[in-house]
Ligand binder design. Structure first.
Ligand code: GUN
Ligand code: ZN
Length: 436
């Protein structure tokens, strides 16, 4: 049975960082998307499709924006319960809040409870795919992959690996157990349904060279996996890395030495980069993931979106929950805009929407599956109410074009703006559904 989803459909004709933004991203009114067996099979005028497919179930969203589901390219689902913890910078924040919370994930019941809560929060926020760190416990990975499979969600996740005495003893694995556990999880989950495995050294300060080496070898054995980690988030972290890896040319080199710098590598934050690092990231086709609410919340610094996109890097967008202070990609786009202003780049709303969907999908090497509304793509869709609160509604009374209608929701919107979320063609029950 076909489903028709109609409204203002957001489509991408190109990369709005390459082309004039207005021609690369279009919003087509009175348009319908036809969905069959979880995929988008046709896009056309609503009236035409209604006549052509009279048996199809029609979900009509009027003036709402029908767009690809958001793709959060870097998060820590185990930090759900300690999001918005006060007053620390990165290393202290990890030791004070993060590591004690992550220790709870040795309990499979707790891991399952938080994984389900977390994914439901994402769906309520219109996010249909996430790339998440787990904890050192394989049970934490099982819990997230299972919860995602139960919801039909495309997901990327991996066991966080930490074997160095810089991490607390209660939260350490070894080079060998990290390799063995990650391998077993890859065998079980990578390519299973909509799951992708990401080999996950937390960051070089909490891994020994032996562990990074083991994980580099594992990635060579399973080259279609992704690899996620952190890079150059805070300046004191960079100094720490230089002390721990005295022979490395720079922070990126601590990964590069062990085969962890290549296509499919996802580097969270990547704020304070040296020229060699930027050039190497581009040469090796790596992805950098911008986490703006985290970078301001933990006081890490300002990611220069204008410069990194001009450098030609793949850039994804992410909440970095719970260093980030929100589960919402709308809030994340607002923070991207604000940080852009502070780095002298006024990002167009079309660029922000592209980053939160296609840009993240491109960074994750899955833009042939998700991240846009186009024929052949999986039907992961967010429907956005552009007048979801009195404050936003009054602002949209005074607009001249569609972008002026959309921008207030990017800047001021939250989960109340999510009229519906579709995963693989199925409407999710939880978000407040406002079919007309
Ligand atoms: N660097 C290493 N681990 C983490 C983490 O959990 N959150 C953030 N923001 N940075 C990190
Ligand atoms: Zn992170």
């Amino acid at each position: 049975m076909d489903t028709l989803i109609s409204g203002n459909i957001l489509t991408f004709e190109g990369n709005p960082f390459d082309h004039p933004a207005l021609s690369a991203v279009t919003v087509q009114p009175d348009t319908a998307v036809r969905v069959r067996a979880g995929k988008i099979v046709e896009i056309g005028p609503r009236a035409t499709l209604l006549v052509a497919y009279p048996e199809a179930v029609h979900h009509a969203y009027g003036d709402n924006l029908v767009m690809p589901g958001f793709i959060d390219a870097h998060a820590h689902y185990p930090q759900t319960a300690m999001i918005a913890s006060w007053g620390k910078r990165l290393i202290d924040w990890l030791n004070t809040y993060t590591f004690p919370e992550e220790s709870k994930f040795s309990d499979p019941a707790y891991a399952a409870q938080i994984a389900e809560l977390y994914l439901d929060l994402l769906l309520a926020n219109g996010t249909t795919t996430v790339t998440s760190f787990c904890t050192i416990h394989p049970t934490s990975v099982e819990a997230l992959f299972r919860a995602a499979a139960a919801r039909g969600m495309r997901i990327v996740a991996g066991k966080t690996c930490m074997d160095r005495d810089t991490a607390p003893a209660y939260l350490r694995d070894t080079a060998q157990s990290a390799y063995d556990d990650s391998k077993a999880l890859i065998e079980r989950w990578h390519g299973n349904g909509r799951a992708t495995y990401a080999i996950t050294p937390r960051f070089s300060p909490t891994s020994t060279p032996e562990q990074l080496d083991a994980l580099g070898k594992l990635w060579a054995e399973y080259p279609t996996c992704l690899m996620q980690t952190h890079l150059s988030e805070q300046t004191d972290e960079i100094e720490w890395v230089k002390g721990l890896y005295p022979n490395a040319r720079d922070y990126l080199d601590t990964y590069e030495q062990f085969g962890l710098v290549r296509e499919g590598a996802l580097f969270g934050h990547a704020i304070h980069l040296e020229r060699r690092e930027i050039d190497r990231l581009r040469e090796m086709d790596c992805s950098v993931i911008h986490c703006p609410t985290s970078n301001t919340f933990i006081g890490s610094g300002l990611f220069d979106m204008g410069a990194r996109t001009r450098d030609g890097l793949r850039v994804g967008l992410a909440t970095d929950t719970g260093g980030g202070s929100s589960f919402s990609m709308l809030r994340t786009m607002a923070a991207t805009y604000e940080v852009g202003q502070l780095t002298h780049t006024a990002l167009h709303p079309a660029q922000l929407l592209w980053l939160a969907t296609f840009g993240s999908a491109h960074a994750l090497h899955m833009s042939d599956k998700v991240g846009s509304i186009a024929v052949g793509m999986e039907a992961d869709i967010a429907v956005i109410d552009l007048a979801s609160t009195p404050a936003i509604a009054q602002r949209t009374l005074h607009v001249n074009d569609i972008w002026e209608s959309i921008f207030p929701t990017i800047m001021m919107g939250d989960d109340r703006a999510i009229a519906a979320t579709y995963v693989h063609g199925q409407r999710v029950a939880q978000p407040r559904d406002r079919t007309l």
